[in-house]
Ligand binder design. Structure first.
Ligand code: PMP
Length: 376
């Protein structure tokens, strides 16, 4: 098997899975129970939270565990908006967000909020001037994805926040860091709220977190107890997530250099196909390689590769079969946006696998090109 869809999800690393199993087996107590088994679980949870706070350089009180980034995005944006309505009812988002952000915007519109969409440059960077214009006295929150999931475009969050604060010092910045954490260096002090997911960093599915600066207030979206996120904490998932996060951040630079070499090889080879468009800007991180087949349907291509036990992605796993809004926002070309493939790389990808992939890519591409769009 050759797996090249790491931005959709990653396999759980051995150490992480081992700790998940160990905690499931050895810590049966509910961390909220008063007896010794509960206290034992609670202590383990506290130490994992402390380790996360250290690796992210934040306070333990600033961590809220969630089921993943989608829930963290919901809690951050809806939780902040509902709590701070008195400050205004406008939010600003980019055109490069994950579909979950647009779903949240649609919901907030039903609650009387207005949503403004900030423009980006041809390179995919947020247009600073437009951001200054879009942030008004009514704007309470701006949400900008740290690394875009389709083209891997990375935003200068610190600068964006300075621009936002200059316009309105009460406006907070949320960033979906799902594709950024463990891939590039991120400073959580550059944002007020941030979403992180476990299954993109070799951790299990079903766990993630929201970073919430202690300076700001949000309202729960899941109600039950006094907590910001009610429900029994899933200790094995939290421990596994903590381990995955520490491994991802510690090995980030080393892993990034491996991925960069793989990306260089991929780019140089795919650039030789005259009809294929490479969707990449100077701000794309090397872990994500996006191309548009132009004359072939991506679904057909993905399934043809699958028959060879090779797995690549379409735009994002969460927007199956839909036109790529990111490619539209950057290139404004429907055909390009309708025919994209995402090949996402990992430090686990070997050059041998990449060569095998490129060999199969060539065969599948030439065969499908010959058949033509209509005859597939
Ligand atoms: N945001 C981004 C940028 C993503 O790439 C994804 C996963 N496709 C998500 C959010 C959703 O994450 P989760 O599966 O943890 O809810």
């Amino acid at each position: 098997m050759i797996y090249l869809d790491y931005s959709a999800t990653t396999p759980v690393s051995k150490e992480v899975l081992d700790s998940y199993i160990k905690v499931t087996r050895d810590y049966i107590g509910n961390p909220n129970s008063l007896h010794s088994l509960g206290m034992k679980s609670n202590e383990l949870m506290k130490s994992a939270t402390k380790q996360i706070s250290e690796v992210l350089d934040i306070k333990t009180e600033e961590i809220v565990y969630t089921s993943g980034a989608t829930e963290a995005n919901n809690l951050a944006i809806i939780g902040y908006c509902l709590k701070n309505t008195r400050l205004g009812k406008n939010i600003v988002v980019s055109k490069l967000e994950h579909p979950s952000i647009y779903g949240i915007c649609d919901y907030l519109k039903t609650q009387g909020f207005t949503v403004s969409y900030v423009e980006n440059t041809k390179e995919g960077l947020i247009d600073f001037e437009d951001l200054s214009k879009k942030v008004t006295a009514e704007t309470i929150l701006v949400s900008i994805v740290g690394v875009n999931s389709e083209l891997g475009i990375r935003q200068p969050l610190k600068t964006l926040r300075q621009i936002i604060k200059k316009q309105n010092e009460n406006t907070v910045l949320h960033s979906d860091l799902t594709q950024a954490i463990g891939k590039v260096n991120v400073n959580l002090h550059d944002v007020d709220l941030a979403s992180i997911s476990g299954h993109k960093i070799y951790g299990p599915k079903g766990i993630g977190m929201l970073y919430k600066s202690e300076k700001i207030q949000i309202q729960p979206i899941i109600h039950g107890t006094e907590e910001l996120r009610s429900g029994t904490p899933c200790l094995p998932l939290i421990i596994a997530f903590s381990k995955a996060l520490r491994l991802a951040i510690t090995n980030e630079t080393k892993n990034e250099s491996v991925v960069k070499l793989l990306n260089d090889k991929l780019t140089a080879t795919i650039a030789k196909y005259p009809k294929i468009m490479i969707n990449k800007t100077n701000y794309s991180i090397p872990h994500i390689f996006n191309l548009s087949l132009m004359n072939i349907k991506p679904e057909t291509f993905i399934h043809a590769l699958e028959k060879r036990d090779i797995y690549v992605g379409s735009n994002t796993a969460c927007a199956k079969g839909e036109i790529s809004s990111t490619i539209m926002a950057i290139y404004g070309d429907e055909k390009r946006a309708n025919t994209s493939l995402r090949i996402s790389l990992s430090h686990l990808t070997s050059f041998d696998d990449l060569n095998k992939f490129l060999y199969s890519f060539d065969i599948v591409y030439n065969k499908l090109l010959e058949l033509g769009w209509e005859n597939e």
